[in-house]
Unconditional design. Structure first.
Length: 86
């Protein structure tokens, strides 16, 4: 999203994801206006993650998240599609 916003010639962009990204988008693109699809799109779990938590998780490698294979396959496709755009 950040790359799209940066490279787009649009001066106004509608953002349909967690509103926390709006601050970064505005800071990196002060000449553009961003509109959230919904002001209430806030992920409380994303707000709990800190750099310290992330560093500890990577250092300790003790937390493992598993999902059913069908969900993993669909998620992998979504991530690959996003990377293909970048």
């Amino acid at each position: 999203m950040c790359k799209f916003a940066r490279e787009s010639s649009a001066k106004e962009i509608v953002v349909g994801t967690e509103v926390g990204i709006l601050h970064r988008l505005k800071m990196e693109n002060p000449e553009k206006t961003f509109y959230p699809v919904n002001d209430r799109l806030v992920c409380p779990n994303m707000k709990k993650t800190t750099l310290e938590n992330l560093a500890e998780a990577l250092r300790e490698m003790k937390t493992r998240v598993t999902v059913p294979e069908d969900i993993a396959t669909r998620a992998r496709r979504a991530i690959e599609a996003m990377l293909a755009i970048a």
